[in-house]
Design a protein around this ligand. Structure first.
Ligand SMILES: NC(=O)c1ccc[n+]([C@@H]2O[C@H](COP(=O)([O-])OP(=O)(O)OC[C@H]3O[C@@H](n4cnc5c(N)ncnc54)[C@H](OP(=O)(O)O)[C@@H]3O)[C@@H](O)[C@H]2O)c1
Length: 323
């Protein structure tokens, strides 16, 4: 049996603009938390993305304190219309003034007067985010944003803000070693007309197979704090990567390609974000979409993933971040 790739173009309603199902994650362009990053490399990754038809760009004010947004603004000058542009803000205050202040500052950095998708980046435990959602609906009515998103929300948190607005997209962590959203969040999205956009889709690089049995991180590279690298979890993850590498060798596709394709193959996934530091990584990631991959390869990957997942504790998110 052969696999037929999903159409590479998708929409996130109510925005009519079509964009690639594979999106460029622009967190690393901020430099902070990733052990530094050269702007020239970030520009080369963005250029490669456009050249390869990758037209969904995802950023946030939190990525390098606005640096990622600023670079996107410079890059997109004169070609804003070519991309589906998404950004995010942290709802530190739950007022319309605060939301509009955050949005206007992002629009300035991005050098545009609208974003296609604007996300609440994280929920805050114990805070009522309905006033934030109301403000987002106002921003939508004013044409400053096309679609409203949430990120890292539970079903309960989504239901709460849905009382006053419509969640068009949920951006969540999803990869072969982090599948907890399958349980209730992805099904909720399917039932409520909410697109699912995946992040850390190659587990912050783990699913390229680049990390040795004893991984070391550059100063300022926060990946060491990822739950998957914790000493009690890493041996299982590492073994899973080794099994996936053997499968990759058998079927003649790189592990990175298999991991990217596995995500987009799963039920309920609209769009998949993968970060790239430079043109080389972007080109490699886009090449994942080429060619057919047999269905039994995906089934074998899922079986390896099931085994690893049985050892990973559901601690809420991969970063141990609990605002
Ligand atoms: N909403 C949220 O809370 C949230 C959270 C996380 C991410 N995101 C979004 O999702 C995007 C993607 O997630 P992510 O950046 O965390 O992780 P990811 O896409 O799983 O991994 C990206 C990293 O893997 C490495 N890499 C990528 N392609 C490679 C290739 N072909 N070969 C070798 N290494 C490669 C690069 O780092 P090295 O070269 O340094 O290894 C790159 O920075 C982010 O950029 C951001 O837009 C959102």
């Amino acid at each position: 049996m052969t696999h037929h790739l999903k159409p590479p173009l998708v929409t996130i309603k109510p925005v009519a603009k079509q964009h690639s199902a594979l999106g460029l994650g622009c967190w690393v362009f901020g430099g902070a938390q990733w052990g530094g990053q050269e702007d020239a490399d970030s520009f080369s990754a963005m250029q490669a993305a456009l050249d390869l038809g990758i037209t969904h760009f995802d950023t946030a004010v939190g990525y390098g304190g606005g640096r990622s947004e600023t670079l996107l603004g410079e890059f997109l000058k004169g070609r804003r219309e070519e991309v589906f542009l998404a950004t995010k803000f942290f709802p530190a205050e739950q007022t319309a003034e605060y939301v509009f202040g955050q949005l206007d500052a992002s629009l300035d950095r991005l050098q545009t007067d609208y974003v296609d998708l604007y996300y609440i980046h994280w929920p805050i435990t114990g805070k009522d985010l309905r006033p934030v959602m109301e403000a987002l609906e106002q921003a939508r009515a004013q044409g400053k944003i096309g679609a409203i998103g949430v990120s890292n929300f539970s079903v309960e948190q989504m239901e709460h803000v849905s009382e006053v607005g419509h969640i068009d997209a949920h951006q969540l962590c999803y990869n072969l070693f982090w599948r907890f959203p399958e349980r209730d969040i992805i099904p909720w999205c399917a039932q409520n007309g909410t697109a699912v956009v995946t992040y850390s889709s190659i587990a912050q690089g783990i699913l390229t197979g680049k990390f040795p049995r004893e991984p070391k991180f550059k100063e300022g590279d926060d990946r060491g704090g990822n739950v998957l690298f914790k000493p009690e979890n890493w041996p299982f993850v590492y073994e899973g990567v080794e099994k996936l590498k053997a499968l990759s060798a058998e079927c003649g596709r790189s592990l990175t390609h298999l991991a990217i394709r596995w995500v987009i193959e799963q039920a309920g996934i609209t769009s998949e974000l993968v970060g790239a530091r430079d043109a080389g990584q972007m080109t490699d990631n886009a090449a994942a979409l080429d060619g057919e991959i047999a269905a039994d390869v995906f089934a074998k990957m899922t079986a390896i993933s099931d085994e690893v997942m049985s050892h990973i504790p559901d601690v809420g998110n991969m970063f141990g971040f609990y605002p």
